[in-house]
Design a binder for this molecule. Sequence first.
Ligand code: PEP
Ligand code: MN
Length: 337
Amino acid sequence: MIFRLQAGTPADKVQELRARLESEGVRTRLSPESARPIFAAVDKASATLVEELQQDAAVEEVITPKGAWRLAARAFRENPQVVQVGDVRIGGGSVCVMAGPCSVDEHLEEAAAGVKAAGAHILRGGAYKPRTSPYAFQGFGVEGLRRLKDAGNANGLPVVSEIMDAAQLPAFIDHDIECLQIGARNMQNFTLLKAIGEAGIPVLLKRALSGTVDEWLYSAEYILAYGCSQVILCERGIRTYETATRNTLDLTVLPLLRELTHLPIVVDPAHAVGVARFIAPLARASVAAGADGLTVEMHPDPTVARSDADQALLPNELSSLVADARVMSAVTGRSLA
Ligand code: PEP
Ligand code: MN
């Protein structure tokens, strides 16, 4: 349940209302929203208590979100959340492009320069890779993080990289990785979600291979509940009966999530379709449908990429994708970050 108070309600009044709930064992969380005080009741409050609070002149409205998530709910904020990764703003009308190789490899430095030249905003690259086969390349680990960060610094780009285990967190912090990616396979690794929530670093939360919208929002709620308010949702294709493409890109979530949550939403058309030549139209469609950003894979020489070679764009293809994103942002009344 979310309590939205009148703008200008003094802090001691907010405290009084929260204390009333807390006195009945209902935990509350204050929204970071500044336009007006908003707080969520984390636990279920009795109908009589809610009625009592609703009578208070300071309470403008009490909203029950569609699902049981609270901090991720649209009503928990007055305005959509803007997540800041380095100096790049994502959401609230600012559209960003994240790009880089699937795995950090020997060509990373060249790839990073291409990402910058294309006008993309954030450099991606996996140092810890979740691979279906234990015999496939598993990533360069800490060495990969170091190379990614160096390449980001050399080009003035913040970086995003996948974290697979809470034990890897100190390495991500030491290397000042600006955004932690939770991969599809770890969307419901609750131990990991709690740990990264406590770390407070911005998070790119990918949708699980068969994750429902509810499950995805609950995973976001874990990160928010454990202390990190900087969460970006990432649609990356779901598993359906269709096998003609790698996955099925679910753009229906864009308008739906806009109603359900204040969090920014990025689309990864690469892992959805799995084929480089099909990425451009899906990227355009994603921005047209309201995505706050795109994340794609790019490699200067896909034939030697250590993972996801089939879906790697070439540097010049990334440039046209960024140009398309600029046009589609403008068409929808927004602009590139
Ligand atoms: C990736 O971004 O390279 C990746 C493994 O993505 P996902 O978790 O969506 O499969
Ligand atoms: Mn990949």
